[in-house]
Structures are given as structure tokens and as C-alpha cells.
Design a protein around this ligand. Sequence first.
Ligand SMILES: Nc1ncnc2c1ncn2[C@@H]1O[C@H](COP(=O)(O)OP(=O)(O)OP(=O)(O)O)[C@@H](O)[C@H]1O
Ligand SMILES: [Mg+2]
Length: 491
Amino acid sequence: MNLSRRLGYLHNEDGQAGGPDIAPQDGKKVSAASTLSQIQEAKAAEAASTPLTTEDGAANGQSSGALSDLKERVSQLLYERLGNRVSDSSINEEELHQFVKDELKIVVDEEQVPLTPSERQRLISEIIDDVLGHGPIQRFLDDPEITEVMVNRHDSIYVERYGTIYKTDARFSDDDALRKVIERIVSRVGRRIDESSPLVDARLADGSRVNAIIPPLAVNGPSLTIRKFAREALTVNKLIEFGSLSPEMAELLRACVLARMNIIVSGGTGTGKTTLLNVLSSFIPAADRIVTIEDAVELQLQQEHVVRLESRPANIEGRGEVTIRDLVRNSLRMRPDRIVVGEVRGGESLDMLQAMNTGHDGSISTVHANSPRDAVARLETLVLMAGMDLPLRAIREQVASAVNLIVHITRLRDGTRRVTHITEVQGMEGDIVTLQDAFVFDYSAGVDANGRFLGKPIPTGVRPRFTDRFAELGIPISPAVFGAHMAGGRR
Ligand SMILES: Nc1ncnc2c1ncn2[C@@H]1O[C@H](COP(=O)(O)OP(=O)(O)OP(=O)(O)O)[C@@H](O)[C@H]1O
Ligand SMILES: [Mg+2]
């Protein structure tokens, strides 16, 4: 069930703790995104209700303190009455909601504090947010424009909206409150977090990706990062609309996928690698059998002939781990036409390169790197992690013959994500893997008044060697793709 909808039916729109909402992070963002976000901010501020403590004229000054005291007391009593039921994954959501609602009513009544009906309603829904929902971050999880929620500490929460990161003034009351929310999130997906296993990387029922880490590893207190699951995956048309890809690049990439080229998407953290991988995978013909391998499933392939595999961490006793590498090896016995690996970050890269070199061409993956050249270096390092003690030259040869294309994506200063390189891996020259850019981002076009980059990726004018394959396979590609009109193109 959708994370944000889990509490949906209990949620009173007004009941969410609000505040003067989101403030841009220290002058870093200057862009169309920030203008857009200003409008969004205004909207959000309007929509966000006033917090419990400032509602209703009567509830100000002294009485606002009294109300938050009451909230704290009631929450405490409620936690005591609930015991560990809140994190018991054998109780279904509906029963749990009903139970909490009933118990909460009893606790509020027992307090015998005179409340107006609207105060009472707010008190109940805020506490339900805290106990069953996700406290102060619930509203960010409910907001479809927010794609990432980053809790650095109980009193330091950032969100990403339209590619720009903002500091919010939402806060958990203390480390304990944050810890409770973390425990609830991870226990509902059958995991646990405590001093003996202080970090968890998990996928929620709605597909959102969660990472939680607590002291002693997190020095300043518990920390939580949620990459929200996009209800609708970004399509190639969306990426073109956002300026991440040009139509020509999209045409080239589609042809490359059809021609069964091995492609590596490279980029930094959160630059859109997985999204681009998803878009590339969407070009795979429906008749091909696809095996996808991920740490936490994120890909949303539309094809039917797909088997999705997900790795598994070790259990509490340190057993039962199934790594990406195990899955890559297993996939070779599943008669795949294409292997799509969410991200290579260890020894599996050797198995993947070997697969690419031994008939499983047309495979795609991502790697964390700062440039196409760095992606090659990174693959070399990852192959070393397989522990096979291969000479560097042999590794480079593997990389050079396995990978046909590197597509590099960057998150620019203006918050936009752009494909900045489409680079062909041509082979080896001496000890060096030779790379040739087919497209590069044109930084020279400068920025507009909002700081948004005006440039776009332009063909270098060098026609990649692999285009011969397109002709052999009868894959049409228009000459314009490689800059038949070379205005502004670089040679
Ligand atoms: N081209 C794009 N334009 C705008 N937003 C994008 C684009 N691509 C991805 N996003 C958004 O950026 C966020 C990160 O995307 P994604 O998960 O694909 O990145 P990633 O590089 O795989 O991240 P990680 O390094 O954490 O695996 C998501 O919220 C996604 O919706
Ligand atoms: Mg990713």
C-alpha cells in the first residue's frame, strides 16, 4: 500500500503539523526551478494548516504550551498502552489503525482537558501521524512534488522538489521521536535497527527506498533518507521535455538498444542513473526475455517478458545473504536475452562484463562515476573487487571489449539533470581504453537570468563506429542525429 496513503483515511488534511514551510538552502539554488518552487512554496504554505499550537485564537501563548504538553503526555500514554503492537508486522494495517484510534480516544478522554471539537480532532490526527504515520515528515511523503526526504538529524530536515534541495523547518521533537519513526518504518518491512545492526537499506511496500542509520554510526543522532517512489516513471518524452536528453540523443540511444549494444549509464549520486536505465530498458523489444537485478527494485519495465530479481542482505545471524553477484551468475542460467543490472558496485562487475562478452550482449547497467573516463576506471576497480587477481591490462581489455557505450548524466548547478556525454568505447590503444564522445553538453551557451543552463547536448560530429552495425541490422537512424547540420557542433 502506498506509504503516504497508509494513513490516508485517518488523515484530516488540516491535521498535519505545518509551519512556515520550506526555505531554500543557503543560496545554492538560482534557477527556473527556484522560481517554480517559490510558487510551489506559496501554494504549500497556503495548503499547509497552521500547527496545533497556533490554531483557534484560544490556543496561543500559554495555552499553546499547554496543548503541546498535552500532546506529549497523551502520546506517551498511548505508546505505553500500545506496547510493541505498533511494530508488529503480523497485525494488519487496518486493525492497527482501528486499535490506535480506539486507544487514543480513551487516553484523551482520561486526560479530561476541555478541548473544542476542532482542537480535539487536531490533537488526535497529529498524534496518529506521530504514532502510525511519519510525524513531521508525513506531509512531505504525501506531497507528490517532493521526490526525496532527507532527515539529517531530528531538527534538520531537507527535501528535494523539482530537482532543488530545500531546508525545511519541520522537526521531530527529539532523537527519540525520530528513532521511533525509523523503527516503525523498518519493522513494517520485516527488518530491524538497533545498536547491533545500526543501518538499514530497505524498500517500502510502495516501492520507496529508505536508508536509516543510527548512532553509534550516525554521530549526530539518527538519520533517515527516503527516495520516494515515482508513481509514474519518467518516460523518454519527459526527459526530452526536461532538457535531460535531446530528441536526437534519444533516437541514437533507442537505436543502440535495438542494436544490442552493451551500455553503461554513469553519474553521481541521485543524478538520475536509475531513471535513465529505466528509459533505456523501455527500448528493449517486447520479444526479448529480460532479467533485471537490483538491490532494491526500482525499475518499472513495461514489457511482459521480464523476471525481476532482488538481492537480500544477511539476516541477524549473518546468514542468508544473496548478493547482486550471485544473482548475475544465476541469471545466466535463466536464458536471458538481456540482463539489466540496477547498479554495479562490487565484484559482480566482472561477471557482468564476462556476460556482455559472451553472448549476453544488449545488457545495461549503471555505475557511480564522475565522467565517462572515470566510469572506465571505476569498472576496473570494481572488477578488482571480484578478487580474481587479474592483471590490469586483462581487466581493461574486458572493459574495452564488453562496453560499447557510456551515457553520462550530471546534475547541474541549476538543479536540472542532463546527459552530458554519450561516449563510445572504441577499444584499446596500448594500455589505454580509447573513448570517443559522440555528444557532449554545450556549457558555452551560458545561463539565463534564473541561472538555468541554456546549452544542450550537441553532437561532436564524430560518427561512432558502431553506427555501421545499425546499417547491418537495418536499424534506421536519421543523418541529423550526428549533426548533419553542425551549427555550433564541435569537431
Ligand atoms: N532527468 C531528470 N529530470 C528531473 N528529475 C529526474 C531526472 N532523472 C531522475 N530524476 C529524479 O531524480 C531523483 C533521483 O533519480 P534516480 O533514482 O534515477 O537517480 P540515481 O542516480 O539512480 O540515484 P542513486 O545514486 O541514489 O541510485 C528521482 O527522484 C527522480 O525522479
Ligand atoms: Mg539509482
